[in-house]
Design a protein. Structure first.
Length: 247
């Protein structure tokens, strides 16, 4: 694919993925396969995607702040617990053989598709904010998963923040984008020093992700969400089967 066409495709995919990531989760099920199909191996795609995730969440945090939704003290406290897991997960990701990682990625994406299709009653407009040891333990595990593969981490964060802290959807997403921003920094550094980042594709994708994340923080996360997930699930299913060499 010519570089110009690849850049246009990545920006467009990035806008959609950024919007989905900030609104709910699962945007990386679109960007990772796209990077792989543009010629990157699975590890490089995983690392390159982190540039887009980083800038997407910088944009989203700023957008939430402009809308008067921010609690940096609580967000930072939660984020700190993700850091050890994120580092360990990223180290594991760059050490795995590419073929093994690619198969894990395919399996994970199929699991994410199933979670998209099944009814999701985990998010309600609860205003109660409870913090306990469970939420911090969950952050350690989520940090590891995010550092390792990233795909679908938004769903894990939404579930944890909903059930363990009883937050409403807006506050959940407000904390989510800050948490992902913080743990992405050391994860991206590990991918960088192991030469698993394509800067042209990463920065291009990041432009789209940042735009999508910015608008997602301002638009109702409920509007059109089910339709987007159905379309995304169908597209990712085909990509997952391809990654698993099933056709």
């Amino acid at each position: 694919m010519p570089d110009l066409l690849a850049i246009i495709v990545l920006i467009c995919i990035g806008v959609v993925a950024g919007f989905i990531n900030v609104s709910a989760g699962g945007g990386s099920t679109l960007t990772l396969p796209a990077l792989i199909f543009l010629g990157l191996d699975a590890s490089a795609a995983n690392g390159t995607n982190r540039i887009a995730i980083l800038l997407q969440n910088v944009s989203a945090v700023q957008s939430f702040k402009q809308e008067k939704y921010f609690d940096f003290k609580t967000s930072l406290k939660l984020s700190v617990f993700t850091l050890p897991g994120a580092v360990a997960g990223a180290v594991l990701a760059v050490r795995l053989e590419d073929e093994i990682f690619q198969k894990i990625l395919g399996i994970v994406m199929i699991g994410i598709i199933i979670s998209m299709i099944l009814p999701n009653n985990s998010v309600r407009n609860d205003q109660q904010n409870k913090s306990n040891i469970g939420i911090y333990l969950s952050m350690i595990g989520i940090g590891f998963y995010g550092g390792f593969i990233q795909v679908g981490v938004g769903f894990l964060l939404m579930g944890s923040l909903k059930y363990l802290m009883k937050l409403n959807l807006v506050l959940i997403n407000m904390h989510k984008v800050f948490i992902v921003l913080i743990y992405t920094m050391p994860a991206l550094f590990i991918f960088m020093i192991t030469d698993n980042v394509n800067w042209l594709f990463g920065i291009t994708l990041a432009i789209g992700n940042a735009l999508g994340g910015w608008w997602a923080a301002k638009i109702s996360v409920k509007k059109g969400e089910k339709f987007i997930k159905i379309v995304l699930a169908a597209a990712v299913l085909i990509m997952s089967l391809k990654l698993l060499n099933l056709f």
